[in-house]
Design a protein around this ligand. Structure first.
Ligand code: NAD
Length: 499
């Protein structure tokens, strides 16, 4: 059995704890490796080494650090097939989707190639007699990134790219379900020129996470995962006086107005609801058609599209639309929730239970499932299912549909399909959600904007990637400087405006 350890000081090292987590191939259901779970001592060692390595990296000029990002970008491109295969083998997503996972991470590295421009300070000449004022952005020191299973390449890259470009050292703690991609990315980062110790990958579970939050050397925590853990980590990090941004779960609604192009809306719902088996924080899990006529026509268009979807292993290449879910427990939880939807009175229109794939009977598959007549009180509406299940909540009016989204606890993404500019504009302006799509179902902003939800989808300040990330990973220092030639002023005891 393959044993996966950690990446410390530029080398793969075996874990010493004797504690392991199991890493499955979700497509076959086989146990393919076990990953070491770090002890507090192993973690403290990784952090202490990172602290030693960080000052020289911070002193490397920003343009040189940007060149390392350029090289890393090249290497990621060169290794695209290999990285996609690693992602698919531990996560289960199809190869084209796994390439998208790598690609959306790579795009953040591309922005990091321009980091020097984003790290510039401000300068005011002659703010007063002989007085100049300027600000600079300095790295935080050692920062931690804790990432989820569902984007094994993209989210580690969203974290490490900006944090490293700003001159920090990074301790990356990837999801224990998908450890291999982060380790491979760390090797590529070394090849690109990241000095040993500046990027450490420590595998682990709650013990490692708590160790990161409580260690006084770690200055900031960037977390992505489920809402209860995001909220817990944010609270504990804040108590410890750390900067923290913790992104959580989602329940993303898509409104379908009576004037929408229903073929396009149905295509969008199928892609956004079932792609990656619904294991995306920006997946659409709730369709909200406005008016019964729209709902009936939409369901009519959705059913044949959903029934055509092919579920299977990533090894089947383009013959498969989506793969398994991440674990047997996730599969059982999703099947249980589908059952609860039926019991609580929703109409099951396409039933994905009982799917068996020939030759892959032990894989963690759930077939695509469509519900109609879902109401706010049902568990399938209240919980993030994180599986290939699309719920339809019928709304009588646009205001009812908008209020459904506004009242929901989560606020990651949302979308509206309409031909009417006024309605689209009103929706974008009034909805309390961080990322909005207009005739666009998964509005993940491009890498030069920023990514972040509202309400229980994000705790803390500033978003991921884009200009916000460069603010999150640096501290601002502001200097007021005075030079005395030609100035006769004596001691000033009062606080006063500069003339
Ligand atoms: P998770 O919360 O179970 O795990 C995320 C990370 O937290 C992992 O590294 C894990 O080891 C660690 N962790 C788990 N339990 C912990 C505990 N009790 N104490 C401390 N650390 C703990 O999430 P997941 O299942 O890996 O990922 C899926 C979730 O992530 C979904 O809810 C999804 O919506 C969310 N997600 C959000 C975004 C976003 O940007 N908002 C992006 C991707 C995924």
């Amino acid at each position: 059995m393959q044993e996966i350890g950690h990446w410390i000081n530029g080398k793969m090292v075996a874990g010493k704890s004797g504690r392991f987590a199991e890493v499955y191939n979700p497509a076959t259901g086989e146990l393919q490796a076990r990953v070491a779970l770090a002890t507090a001592d192993e973690l403290a060692h990784a952090i202490a080494e990172a602290e030693k390595a960080q000052p020289a990296w911070a002193a490397t000029n920003p343009q040189r650090r940007a060149r390392v990002m350029m090289k890393l970008g090249d290497l990621i491109n060169q290794h695209m097939d290999e990285l996609a295969e690693l992602v698919a083998r531990e996560h289960g997503k199809t190869i084209p989707d796994a390439k998208g996972d790598v690609q959306r991470g790579l795009e953040v590295i591309e922005v990091c190639m321009g980091a020097p421009a984003l790290l510039k300070g401000e300068y005011t000449d002659s703010a007063g007699p002989g007085i100049d004022l300027y600000s600079m952005r300095q790295p935080l020191g050692v920062v931690a990134a804790i990432t989820p299973f569902n984007f094994p390449a993209m989210i580690p890259l969203w974290k490490m790219g900006p944090a490293l470009s700003c001159g920090n050292a990074v301790i990356l703690k990837p999801s224990e379900r998908v450890p291999s991609t982060s380790l491979r990315l760390a090797q590529l980062a070394q090849e690109a020129g990241i000095p040993d110790g500046v990027l450490q990958v420590v595998n682990g579970d709650k013990e490692a996470v708590d160790g990161l939050i409580d260690n006084p050397t770690v200055q900031a925590i960037g977390f992505v995962g489920s809402t209860p853990i995001a909220q817990y980590i944010y609270g504990r990090a804040a108590t410890n006086g750390k900067r923290a941004q913790c992104f959580g779960g989602a329940k993303n609604h898509m409104l379908i107005m009576p004037d929408a192009d229903l073929d396009k809306a149905a295509d969008a719902l199928v892609g956004a609801g079932f792609g990656a088996a619904g294991e995306r924080c920006m997946a659409i899990s709730v369709a909200v058609p406005v008016g019964d006529e729209t709902a009936d026509r939409l369901i009519e268009k959705l059913v044949p599209r959903i029934e055509k979807l092919k579920v299977g292993p990533y090894t089947a290449g383009n013959d498969v639309d989506f793969g398994p879910v991440i674990t047997r427990q996730a599969q059982e939880r999703i099947l249980g929730l589908i059952g609860s939807g039926v019991d609580q009175g929703a109409k099951i229109v396409v039933d994905g239970r009982g799917l068996k794939i020939q030759g892959y009977e032990n894989g963690f598959y759930v077939g695509p499932t469509l519900f109609d007549n879902v109401t706010r009180d049902m568990d399938i509406y209240k919980q993030e299912i994180f599986g290939p299940v699309l719920s339809t909540v019928r709304a009588k009016t646009y205001e009812d549909a908008l209020n459904l989204v506004i009242d929901n606890d989560y606020g990651n993404g949302t979308a509206i399909f309409t031909a009417d500019g006024d309605t689209a504009r009103d929706f974008a302006s009034r909805v309390n959600v961080g990322m909005v799509g207009i005739n666009f179902p998964i509005p993940v902003p491009l890498s030069y904007y920023t990514f972040g939800g509202w309400k229980k989808s994000a705790f803390g300040d500033l978003n991921q990637y884009g200009p916000d990330a460069f603010r999150f990973y640096t501290k601002t220092k502001t200097v007021t400087a005075r030079w005395f030639s030609g100035i006769k002023e004596g001691a000033a005891l009062n606080f006063k405006a500069l003339d």
